[in-house]
Ligand binder design. Sequence first.
Ligand code: GUN
Length: 311
Amino acid sequence: MTTTTTPQILDGNAIAAAIQTEVTKDVQQLHLQGIRPGLTVVLVGNHPASEVYVRNKVKTSAALGIKSESITPPASVTTEEMLALIATLNAREDIDGILIQLPLPAHVDAKRLLEAVSPEKDVDGFHPVNVGRLQSGQPSLIPCTPAGIIQMLKRSGILISGQHAVVVGRSDIVGKPMAMLLLHENATVTICHSKTKDLAGFCRSADILVAAIGKAGIITPAMVRPGAVLVDVGMNRITSQEDFDRFFSGNSRREATFREKGSVLMGDIDPHAFALASYYTPVPGGVGPLTIAMLMANTVRAARLRRGLPV
Ligand code: GUN
């Protein structure tokens, strides 16, 4: 592994823009064939962060020439009503991608809903058929965040093959598919989680460290090997002065935000650790923009696959 003295920022906005330019060209090609890819995002209830994510997904779709709509059932919606809605969306010819925004209210059976989405319209890659296809090396529609991270690493010329990749977090959305994708790229993969003994020891042996556990600053500088590649998927809002001082004291830009809003966003990696890295993703502006770019790419892929066009 090469160690650079100056850590390089992996600019998620720039890489996402490059992917979106490619997707726009693909969409224009489909338009010429009379095909307009369509995406429906279902957002249940009023989850403030989800509302922002969904707005961005719909806005980006429109900018790329993808027809998109959001459907917003109330928080009181039942599993049966959601199943009926999904059946309607599965049957609609004008829709290529269906995304059920998570988290869902606790009374809704999320697993049943994700299984009800037609695998060929499952642009999140959460359906068991798509999970199985990824696992068995016949990837079809792949979860957007881990797919975006692989794109980011490859497009930045970062070696994956043979490297020790440590994924911290085992969610179905990020941790598990991330580990599988890194394995398919010939990394040696370790998955750590909240019950892992000696988390610090595993992290210190990582050439590529992907933090996706949802705990602000849990990865400390002492857990990072100099020269490692740090990928931070966490998106945590910190509100206490104590946390702010611990992670951002002396950072005048963040201090202004904290004073104005009473909170700042940060990842799972203590920002002091970035100085040790060869490459790192900032929060915000790292992994986040890639998730949306890959959702756009998956929607076009789904549109092509459903019509038997090459991908
Ligand atoms: N909530 C947070 N990330 C995601 C995602 O990638 N897909 C969906 N459907 N919901 C999310």
